[in-house]
Write a protein that binds this ligand. Sequence first.
Ligand code: ATP
Length: 306
Amino acid sequence: MEYILETQKLTKKYGQKAAVKEVSMHVPEGKIYGLIGRNGAGKTTIMRMISGLSTPTSGSYSLFGETGRAMGKMLRNVGVLIEAPGIYPRLSAYENLKIKCIGMGINPKGYVENLLKTIGLENTDRKKGAGNYSLGMRQRLGIGLALVGDPKMLILDEPINGLDPQGIVEVRQSLVKLRDERGITIMISSHILDELAKVADFYGIINEGELLDEFTAEELHIRSGRHVIIRTDNAGAAENVLRGIGIARIAEQPDGSLRVDEKLDETAEMAKAIVTAGIALKEMSINSVSLEDYYLGVTGGGEHNG
Ligand code: ATP
């Protein structure tokens, strides 16, 4: 697998205290990588180091396969939103973006309009100041500002923190769009696993400055016991059909339903295959478990600041 960002024993000490301890993480290209950890776990410190805003005490990292001086140049391919975005409150989204473009010497026709579309702010009043926007709109404007210059990678620190449910959905949609339409690699931090779980393809768990684990969304589902229950009028035939489309982890339950423990993002294909084979599909459900519980188990439980 190709990694756009890799860290080797990245460490940051403040005095005697290590905020980040020997973190070796791997961020694949074109994916959303969720960095999850409680408040104070060290997420911001890691993001500041890999954005070039702070120097590691020890350890190193590579960006786009480059290290050292060559990597320094690569930083211009990284868009960063750490803490509150620098927005001029009296200026509109359009004007804020325009100013950043001018500052960076970017002036192609329609550039700002395109950016506004990408972040879903194309219909905002060009005269209304961004200070009057909702928090979700401001956060998307912050992402828009980080996108000026067409970075290949975005680093977003807690972009959904403090947003209302609608704002969270909007930011999530923008991120998925950036990944799918522009192929941008996104690293996003949060202390709420259930929110990250709706967008991230890969995860890194940070606890007290240490990277405890890295895994894929698929692995998270399996580890947290997420599964699909499929009830049909013929379990044996349905099982064969599912095996026929490449699903191996199937178990017949005592009540005659089937439990599937993999490829949970392919439920539509499963349903279609069963129905196409002439088997009556009576029920299909994804069992919900709390990812939060799984995460608390990994990080040792205890008090939770979420
Ligand atoms: P949050 O979501 O609260 O920002 P975080 O996971 O991003 O949490 P960091 O901000 O990286 O955590 O902080 C990690 C640890 O390092 C904390 O204990 C924090 O107090 C400490 N720390 C961060 N910056 C500094 C600094 N400039 N000086 C001293 N200690 C610091």
